[in-house]
Write a protein that binds this ligand. Structure first.
Ligand code: CIR
Length: 250
């Protein structure tokens, strides 16, 4: 069970972040509202939500997931793959150090937290445009010292591994086509191509947060009897962000 979430509000220059989405410019007011509702959803899941103020030097800073990987044993501060995002990690490290022992990924290694998919005590590390082999190797060593296993998996068609596949407990994975044959031991819920965005869901303490507006995925999931919380994500989607990206849970 998680007890805490760290989130960071989007700033007024949120639209200046990196994106490949081609869905138009996000509206700040709308993003701010969606972020508040996201925090409410986390509270409903029983979490104490630690809300950080925006830092205008880093328009992508609300995507806190990319800056750390938190386990029971420690917090591993990443080395974000895009240079414009490197400075986001200092504040996050400072906050998490109140709760966890800190370790760091070092250059030339790069890792974005969005590439790290944990399933029980195994960590899948996506090798993407943001996460390189050197970063994956450093992370694997740290994890193995803490008693976890890991393996790498190439990421081709999406920004991060978890953009295309997330674990939603009970042996269930929700995945886009690229990843649907990669995980043999699991029950795969395959999203339709026109609903690819909905492969990024967030399972928190017996609740499943899903993005609003993906009826086919919703139908597939509803057969599995989750406590579903739908969250509007339109503005974050425009900046390539999903439900997992907006928080660090521990
Ligand atoms: C970026 O390109 O870095 C941000 N605009 C989106 C990051 C999304 N984070 C995630 O998937 N973990």
């Amino acid at each position: 069970m998680y007890t805490h979430a760290i989130v960071k509000k989007p700033g007024i220059n949120f639209a200046k972040g990196i994106t490949t989405a081609n869905l138009g410019k996000p509206k700040y007011e709308k993003a701010a509202l969606q972020h508040r509702l996201y925090c409410e959803a986390l509270k409903k899941c029983g979490l104490k939500v630690i809300v950080l103020e925006p830092d205008l030097r880093h328009p992508d800073g609300c995507f806190v997931e990319d800056t750390a990987i938190i386990t029971e044993k420690s917090a591993i501060i990443t080395q974000p793959g895009d240079l414009s995002r490197r400075g986001e990690k200092e504040e996050i490290a400072e906050i998490i150090s109140n709760y966890k022992k800190i370790r760091c990924i070092k250059s030339p290694g790069t890792i974005d937290g969005g590439d790290i998919l944990r399933i029980n005590n195994h960590f899948y590390i996506g090798l993407s445009k943001r996460t390189n082999k050197a970063g994956a190797k450093q992370l694997a060593i740290i994890l193995s010292k803490d008693g976890y296993t890991s393996s790498t998996i190439p990421v081709k068609s999406v920004l991060h591994l978890k953009t295309g596949v997330t674990y939603i407990s009970n042996n269930n994975l929700i995945a886009i086509k690229e990843f649907s044959n990669r995980f043999k031991l699991f029950n795969i819920i395959k999203v339709d191509e026109d609903e690819n965005y909905s492969a990024n869901c967030l399972f928190v303490n017996n609740f499943l947060m899903v993005p609003k507006g993906f009826p086919k995925t919703k139908q597939k999931i509803s057969e599995l009897r989750y406590n579903i919380i739908e969250v509007e994500m339109s503005e974050f989607r425009k900046m390539d962000g999903g439900l997992t990206c907006l928080s660090l849970l521990f």
